[in-house]
Design a protein around this ligand. Sequence first.
Ligand SMILES: Nc1ncnc2c1ncn2[C@@H]1O[C@H](COP(=O)(O)OP(=O)(O)OP(=O)(O)O)[C@@H](O)[C@H]1O
Ligand SMILES: [Mg+2]
Length: 199
Amino acid sequence: MEITQDFEKLSEIKKDSIINFERTREVEKVFPSSKKSEVVLLKSGVVRKHYINGGDRCHDVEALKILGQSEYFPTLYAFEKNDYFYMQRAKGESLLDISNSKESVDVDEIYEKILVAFGQMVSVGYLDNDMKIEHIFWDNSTKKLTWIDLELCQKIYLKDPLNYIFRNFEKIVDELNDYFKSNLQLTGVKEYFKQILIN
Ligand SMILES: Nc1ncnc2c1ncn2[C@@H]1O[C@H](COP(=O)(O)OP(=O)(O)OP(=O)(O)O)[C@@H](O)[C@H]1O
Ligand SMILES: [Mg+2]
């Protein structure tokens, strides 16, 4: 297993829970996940994702090595290539759950943060092909947004990716408008991505 620099900053309890997981299996809860992977929350609060049939087509680790440094993505702590990895738990609840609950949130504020997070992803040359509100966590008390599941977050190889990027962003905004009955507009967004691509 490889560990990251952020692993070193963890509490001893969290470090131990990662190092000794195979032996102790101290799981607090199992998240509902696809047939491809198993995602669990350790008692220490760390999240572990394990690919059941190997993860050679899964990009989480590669993407989190870069994006995990950003406040909008989970920090990566340790990993075994194509097998499993450990990361920070996203605070709050998914936007899908929030939209189905009675909790009232400021959708404009959430939108602004999604735009910044999306911009950061584009600025390092990546795009998530599985972006959905289910994968965006929001903690309303701290206003923290965390974007999870980067399994399909891949390097963009297109020569002129602006329209592709814009269409992907449009999809998530459409989803937000559907679920939160909001009327978010895409004014200036294309120009914003264009500037990011130039820099
Ligand atoms: N870092 C995290 N913090 C909190 N919860 C997480 C985290 N990562 C995953 N989860 C929970 O585990 C679930 C499954 O994780 P993820 O989406 O990465 O796996 P998956 O196998 O691709 O699942 P699916 O295909 O259903 O999206 C998420 O929907 C979420 O509830
Ligand atoms: Mg997923």
